[in-house]
Design a protein around this ligand. Structure first.
Ligand SMILES: *[C@@H]1O[C@H](CO)[C@@H](O)[C@H](O)[C@H]1NC(C)=O
Ligand SMILES: *[C@@H]1O[C@H](CO)[C@@H](O)[C@H](O)[C@H]1NC(C)=O
Ligand SMILES: *[C@@H]1O[C@H](CO)[C@@H](O)[C@H](O)[C@H]1NC(C)=O
Ligand SMILES: *[C@@H]1O[C@H](CO)[C@@H](O)[C@H](O)[C@H]1NC(C)=O
Ligand SMILES: *[C@@H]1O[C@H](CO)[C@@H](O)[C@H](O)[C@H]1NC(C)=O
Ligand SMILES: *[C@@H]1O[C@H](CO)[C@@H](O)[C@H](O)[C@H]1NC(C)=O
Ligand SMILES: [Zn+2]
Length: 459
């Protein structure tokens, strides 16, 4: 009778070697944006959870956002891998130069024609390739693209209070349930901090440090919930943001930029303007007034940069979109652009040149597909899209990034492809069945032999 246990011992390791979770074809992906998290916010705040994540995963020194460095345009770059001039979401505010209509950030979130301008965000591309996706407060998640919407989503209320820790915990729980109960493959999760606090109190304030501490708590909480839900081995997580934050220079320390103070410039020559929005301004002069307005503004203030859209520095990749009005203005780092009167009171702002170090932001990633304890050189936000498509195993749309830039972040031992997993399972299953039949066969042989012997003894 020793033969049966021996055979079992031989075949059992094979049988139990079939890892159940490997039967899922792709790993899941959680993209998290902490709005306005400047690249070096972890240097004056103790962030044990962010540091632990860097040790378990990968970290870029910083990343360079596209210009202009504001929320919706950059988030749409993360979702499409395109420069802003190529995806068309050129501002946080929907506007129409013909009738003068301007919508603030929140109502623009629901304005699909603003977002759906010829480029598909990764949600829709993934859904078309059979995956299930979700958006929690993520910019762009409230729009319809070529008739399609994100599968599961939560949209914030207007005048949202962004620093509510209880709500953060609830949202993290919602995302975990989407991954487990609804088997969603990709979720984009957005936090409106530390941006809100950075604007209000300034990036060097104690308030900003406190909210960055809360971000660290959130990262620790997310990672422990991922473990609790049994997602650790199959979920990759990317933490990034749109832009950084800079302290605003004010009078009397500096001479602020106020367009109404500029000699020879008159608002009477303007048909449409989008001003008083941080350091950038968009202007459409009245017919025949372009040259006059341009010349007046160009020499108007030593810290004001004024360009005809087609003459914007190529590196911005901003001027070529038809939605960009004829004149683009931006202040030097620290200077916001006021219009008729000074209405901007924030202590911190973004929107500046993307080469300004204060506009740089973070990139961290952890999960089964990433290397561990790796720090890499800075790269541009446009490259994150190709990396996400690779992680999800989907074909990307045309974009401006390259997987080559981030390929070295990925673990060398790529998980086995679906095909080789199927082959493995087939071999193991056939092996087990053969083994089982062998056991049964040998068992019956032995039984027969024993009973024959017993019969023989009895006989
Ligand atoms: C802009 O306004 C004009 C005039 O009201 C209108 O004809 C046009 O459709 C509007 N464009 C958009 C994109 O809303
Ligand atoms: C993009 O939006 C502009 C109006 O702002 C419109 O004229 C153009 O047709 C749109 N393009 C696509 C591809 O949706
Ligand atoms: C956008 O959000 C609003 C408010 O929740 C909702 O009424 C609307 O249906 C949403 N639009 C889409 C396309 O999801
Ligand atoms: C924070 O969020 C929770 C859950 O949504 C809510 O019950 C609570 O009233 C909020 N607190 C504040 C101060 O807004
Ligand atoms: C304003 O315009 C007048 C007439 O074109 C010109 O002589 C003067 O130099 C301009 N002043 C400035 C500050 O550009
Ligand atoms: C960005 O990508 C678009 C295609 O999606 C392409 O038309 C454009 O030329 C690219 N821009 C640059 C600077 O490569
Ligand atoms: Zn932002």
């Amino acid at each position: 009778m020793w033969v049966t246990p021996l055979l079992l011992a031989l075949f059992l390791p094979l049988v139990s070697a079939v890892p159940l979770q490997q039967r899922k074809s792709a790993t899941k992906l959680l993209l998290i944006s902490f709005d306005g998290f400047r690249w070096n916010y972890d240097q004056d705040v103790d962030m044990p959870n962010l540091n632990a994540m860097a040790k378990d995963g990968v970290k870029a020194q910083y990343i360079t956002p596209p210009f202009i460095t504001i929320t919706s345009p950059i988030h749409f770059t993360l979702l499409t891998g395109k420069y802003i001039e190529n995806h068309g979401v050129i501002h946080n505010m929907f506007f129409n130069t013909s009738n003068g209509l301007k919508l603030p950030y929140y109502p623009t979130q629901g304005k699909s024609e603003w977002w759906d301008n010829g480029s598909l965000p990764i949600w829709i591309t993934a859904q078309r390739q059979g995956l299930k996706t979700g958006s929690l407060f993520f910019p762009g998640g409230n729009a319809t693209y070529q008739g399609e919407q994100v599968n599961v989503k939560k949209v914030e209320s207007g005048f949202h209070k962004w620093d509510n820790k209880t709500e953060w915990a609830n949202n993290i729980e919602t995302v975990m349930r989407w991954f487990t109960e609804q088997d969603v493959d990709f979720v984009a999760l957005y936090f409106g901090e530390p941006d809100s606090t950075g604007h209000k109190y300034g990036p060097e304030s104690q308030e900003r440090k406190n909210i960055v501490k809360q971000v660290d708590w959130a990262i620790g909480h997310i990672r422990s919930r991922i473990e609790d839900y049994g997602l650790k081995a199959k979920l990759n997580m990317i933490i990034t943001a749109d832009h950084g934050m800079r302290t605003i220079l004010k009078e009397p320390a500096v001479n602020e930029i106020v367009l109404s103070r500029i000699p020879n410039f008159s608002f009477k020559d303007i048909q449409f303007e989008l001003l008083d929005y941080g350091p950038t301004g968009l202007i459409m002069p009245k017919e025949g007034k372009l040259e006059q307005v341009y010349q007046a503004l160009k020499n108007g203030h030593p810290h004001l940069n004024v360009y005809k859209k087609e003459e914007l520095p190529e590196r911005f990749h901003y001027g070529k979109n038809p939605r960009v009005p004829p004149l683009v203005l931006y202040g030097d780092p620290g200077y916001v652009v006021h219009g008729k009167i000074k209405v901007q009171n924030n202590k911190g702002e973004h929107g500046f040149d993307n080469e300004d170090m204060d506009m740089k932001t973070i990139f961290r990633a952890v999960g089964p597909s990433f290397k561990q304890d790796l720090m890499v050189e800075p790269f541009e936000s446009i490259h994150i899209y190709a990396l996400m498509c690779e992680l999800l195993g989907i074909m990307p749309e045309a974009h401006n990034g390259s997987l080559e830039v981030t390929r070295n972040l990925l673990a060398d031992a790529t998980p086995p492809s679906t095909e080789s997993q199927v082959a493995f399972i087939v071999v193991v299953t056939l092996g087990s069945i053969t083994g089982f039949l062998l056991i049964v066969f040998l068992g019956s042989l032995i039984n027969t032999a024993i009973s024959r012997r017993r019969e023989g003894q009895r006989a």
